[in-house]
Each structure stands twice: as C-alpha cells, then as structure tokens.
Design a protein around this ligand. Structure first.
Ligand code: ADP
Length: 437
C-alpha cells in the first residue's frame, strides 16, 4: 500500500517528466548538431532521433518506483488519527477527559474539560490548558515508559480547589510485532482525566477541625480538675475552706464535661438520622408550651418573663418530639443566657403559607451582623468567656441547625445589635406535607 498522498504522487510524476523532457531535448540537440556538422550521417541521425524520442517516451510513462512513492507523508492533522469510536468514549466519560499525543498535544477533549478546567483546543499543547509542571511531567513520563500516574494538585485561582489528574498511557493503533528484545510497543496516546477532590478535602478538614475542637473543649476542664486534685493532695491538704471552694469548682467542671459529651452524642445521633425525615405526628403548640414551662424556673432565676403566643387550633407537624423539644429548649435557653438583660422573651407560634413558624425573640444585647452567618458552626461563639460562664458548649445552635434540617425546615436568625435577636424556625405543617404528596 502506498503511503504517499495523491498530491505527493503528482509532484513525483511531474519531476520525472521534467527530467525525461530535458534528457530527450539534450540528446536531440546533440544529434542535430552532429548531423549539421556532418559528424553524423543524416540516415543515422534520423535513427538516433527516433531512438531518443522512444527512450524519452518510455521515461515519461514509466510507473513510479517504490523509492519515489515512499516519501514520508507530512504529519497528519492530529484529529485524523483518532477513531470516531475513541472520541465518542472520551466524550461520554463522566469526568473531564483529554486524549493526548505522546508529545502532550490535545487530540480530543470532552465537554467537561471546558466546564472544569478551561477551553481546550484540538492541536494545542496541553501546557496551554494545564500549567501544572507536575502534570505535564507525568504525561511526558507516562508516554515514555507506559506507566500510569496520578498527580494531586491544588489551585488558588479562580477558586481554591483540589484536583487529581489520572494519566493513563494507551496504545490505540494496531501494535507492531514485538521486537526481538521483547519490548512492549510504546504508547501512541495518553488519556488524562481529572477528579475534583475539593469536597472530600473539605470534609476531611472539617472532621479534623471537629476532633481538634472537641479535644480542646474536653481538655480544658480536665486540666482544671487535675490541677485542683494536685492542690488538694498537696498544699491545700489540710485547708478545709479551700477544699470546699475547690470541690465546688471541680463539680462545675465535671458538669461541663458531661454537658459537652451529651451535646456531642446528640449531634452525632441527629447527624446519623439526618437523611430520614421524621414520620410521627406531633402537635407543635404543646411542644412549645412544654419547653417554656420547663424553663420557667430558670427564667424566674434570671428575672426574665417568657410570653407564649400560639393559634387556638392545634398545629400538627411530622416530627421527632424529643428533637423538637431539644431544638426549642436550646433557643429559649440561649435567649435566657444571652438576652436576660432585656427582661422579656417572646415565643410565638404562627402559621404562614402552610408552614408553622416558631419565633424566639429576646431583647438583650443582640448579635453583631458579622457573626450571624457562622453562629450555627460547631464550637462557634461570639464571646467564648461569656459562653463558658453560662455553661455553654458552643454546640447548641449546631444541634438546632441539624434538627431543623432533619425536619426539612429552615432556621433564620435576625438581630439588631442593642435591640435583641430573633431565631425563627419554619417547618411544614402536616396539612401541607399531605397536600404535596
Ligand atoms: P453556647 O453553648 O455557647 O450557647 P450556641 O451554639 O447555643 O452555643 O450559641 C453560639 C453562640 O451564639 C453563643 O456562644 C452566643 O455567643 C451566641 N448566641 C446564641 N444565642 C444568642 C442570643 N439569643 N443572643 C445573643 N447571642 C446569642
């Protein structure tokens, strides 16, 4: 099979014809000159002219030799080397994927590349698209040694994100017979795919932060307890007054640790069930009234009056009774802890668009707006000392957020610094849920 393109063959034929014309012309001129100068007899001259013409004609029409046809073709445009089936497979891959030449030029790029990495042009070098030296180096090395590679890299621009590049060298063309040394044929393409690790990294980071925060929160009261035990065993051994005072502090620290463990356990239990929407029917009015009732001694202690308002008719919702009690307890307790200076707390249950709204409003110092978006993060406090003084764990609003989410509800926090804060929970009523089904 001829490797040369038709254009190349035409060029070779033309060169051949030019050569045969020149040769015939020179021989004819020599014979004519010989005849004119009487070196050649006219009869021989005619015979010689006929022979030269015949040779020229033969040369003109002779087929091309293999040497003339075996001129290497110019490099074909890259795309022509990829079978449509291969392009279709790359296009169907669920992740950004590129097929490259061994020199790292782009042969095929699927649509996800443009969305996740950038605009890829067929024929361009990969370095126009990916400027990560480790990835470019890995592509080059894999194309050389045929070994797949994996590279993780971070990007700051345009977004902070982590990606993983998978580099798999391939041999798509029919492989030539193995060489005598048994070497496997070299790859002729490289498949490069990307996986976004950002979400996974964030979860890992959150988990690490959480463990660090939880250990820190537990270590602080534990260190205090050990310190007091040492003091009681040593210098304060015979000091009855000090012993009395220290034991009081130690009791408070032990209670703090136990609250923290309770909150951590609640949080993990709620998270475990986060995807399961509660399916028991509960009456929200009763729950709200019950919570305010149980917290009334604390309210009296703090000199705060709790006023409750709710519709006359029952407000049934699908919910987990214990979790809903915990939710409103946390909100009313926070209002009592941080908003006691306002001397009043309003707890209002109302209906709006088929949803039940429970708004807990205090008239204390409020919360500066910059803290509002982060309040439901675990261990986030506006004022750590104030929270600890109030026996806070920093987990109350994180628990609230998870309970609301499990009930497919919504939590909004509004506050005017100096004028108090309102925490509103919105949960679909049973009637709305049934209508939607
Ligand atoms: P904590 O155990 O510290 O109370 P929470 O998660 O319940 O933890 O609350 C987080 C932080 O939000 C609190 O430390 C406090 O700074 C702030 N906060 C919560 N409720 C109120 C409120 N009603 N008024 C002012 N600040 C509040």
């Amino acid at each position: 099979m001829s490797l040369a393109s038709p254009t190349l063959q035409v060029a070779a034929v033309r060169a051949r014809r030019r050569r045969s014309l020149l040769l015939t012309g020179v021989i004819t001129a020599l014979i004519l000159a010989g005849a004119m100068m009487e070196f050649v007899h006219p009869v021989y001259a005619v015979v010689l002219l006929a022979a030269a013409g015949a040779a020229g004609l033969l040369l003109w029409t002779e087929p091309l030799t293999p040497a003339e046809t075996a001129i290497a073709p110019p490099p074909a445009p890259p795309r022509s080397r990829v079978e449509p089936a291969v392009s279709a497979v790359v296009a169907a891959l669920p992740e950004p994927a590129l097929l490259l030449t061994p020199d790292a030029d782009i042969l095929v790029a699927n649509a996800r590349v443009a969305l996740a990495i950038g605009p890829a042009k067929v024929g361009d070098p990969l370095s126009f698209l990916v400027r990560v030296p480790e990835v470019l180096e890995a592509v080059r090395s894999s194309a050389q040694d045929g070994i797949p590679r994996r590279v993780e890299f971070g990007e700051r621009i345009p977004l902070d994100r982590w990606l993983e590049a998978h580099i798999v060298p391939l041999r798509l063309a029919e492989a030539p017979a193995r060489s005598a040394s048994g070497d496997t044929p070299k790859p002729d393409t490289v498949l490069l795919t990307f996986r976004d690790l950002t979400q996974q990294r964030r979860v890992e980071q959150m988990r690490a932060d959480f463990v660090a925060n939880a250990s820190h929160e537990l270590r602080t009261p534990l260190a205090s307890l050990s310190g007091f035990i040492e003091t009681l065993l040593g210098p304060a051994r015979n000091d009855a007054a000090a012993r009395e005072r220290f034991l009081g502090i130690m009791g408070a620290q032990a209670r703090r640790m136990s609250r923290l463990i309770d909150d951590l356990l609640s949080l993990s239990r709620i998270e475990l069930n986060a995807h399961v929407r509660p399916d028991t029917q509960v009456e929200l009015g009763m729950i709200v009234a019950h919570v305010c009732e149980t917290l009334s001694p604390l309210a009296r202690e703090r000199g705060v009056e709790i006023s409750v308002s709710r519709p006359e008719e029952p407000v049934p919702v699908l919910g987990d009774r214990d979790e809903l009690i915990r939710l409103f307890e946390n909100l009313v307790e926070n209002a009592l802890k941080y908003g006691a200076s306002g001397k009043r707390i309003d707890v209002a249950l109302s209906l709006s668009d088929g949803d039940a709204l429970v708004a807990v409003t205090d008239f204390g110092p409020g919360i500066p707006s910059e803290h509002l978006p982060r309040l439901t993060e675990r261990f986030y406090r506006v004022d750590v000392v104030a929270s600890r003084d109030q026996g806070g764990t920093g987990l109350g609003l994180a628990i609230v957020k998870h309970i609301v989410a499990r009930h497919r509800g919504k939590l909004t926090i509004e506050s005017q610094p100096g004028a108090g804060a309102t925490f509103t929970t919105r949960i679909e009523t049973l009637a709305k849920v049934e209508k939607a089904d």
